[in-house]
Design a protein around this ligand. Sequence first.
Ligand SMILES: C[S@@+](CC[C@H](N)C(=O)[O-])C[C@H]1O[C@@H](n2cnc3c(N)ncnc32)[C@H](O)[C@@H]1O
Length: 263
Amino acid sequence: MNGAAPAGAPAGSGTAAFDAIAPTYDASRGGTARAAGFAGQLAPLLDPAEPVLDIGVGTGIVAAELAARGHRVYGVDLSPGMLAHARGRLGARVAVGDAGRLPVRTGSVAQAVSTWLLHAGPDPRAVFAEVARVLRPGGRYLVIPARGMRPTDDIGRIVGALEDRLDPHGTRQDSPGLLAPIAAAHGLRYEGPASERPAVFHVSPEGMARAIADGRLFTGAWQIDPADLPLVTDACTRLRALPEPWRPRVREMADFVMVFRKV
Ligand SMILES: C[S@@+](CC[C@H](N)C(=O)[O-])C[C@H]1O[C@@H](n2cnc3c(N)ncnc32)[C@H](O)[C@@H]1O
């Protein structure tokens, strides 16, 4: 998703960004409405008889919604600040851990999920290698991407181009086109998108320019290198040069679940 909506962390910078935004994370990302929406997309794809491993569980807001639907959810996250909130929701079922080095036994997991993780900094090759290790044969990894489908409206084109300039190697992309070959290299077959849920939101070019002007993309979760600020300034200028920059655009995107199966 583009712009002032969700979430990432500076690649390679550890968890500082998420520790810092943990107290406001839930409210700034759509609160329980987002979490309930995601849980509603994931739940029909999960076996209620098997535990679920939520990789990058964050504050546990999505995991708690899955638990409310009868699933036994365990969580791992790198950020102690985010996990402190998850502990309040899930108790001892959450632990600090790196998605690229899961503290989980080989072949012990029937199903795992990640929502808004793979754009947020971890190396997807390391994550898929670990998911392939911990899943049983036939086990599934369900991923809700943050930016799997970029909005293609006039704001989206400018912000998308900015993201590409800031992240030329695509380490913050979590589209099927990028992830499916990585998964396949680790023995996880991409079975396609599922549970598509269209979403509509409103933002003006001016609003977007203000949201990103100081280089805090995705409401603070992606703090860009100050040396790259001119790229942001340039994008803001382009946003403000669009026709009627104060007029909110109706922006359309779709949340969907990527289904990977260990073959
Ligand atoms: C955008 S948040 C999403 C949190 C939660 N899944 C949700 O949807 O609300 C991304 C989360 O990924 C975590 N994260 C980033 N890199 C990680 C890694 N290498 N291992 C485990 N968690 C990581 C962050 O700490 C953060 O909690």
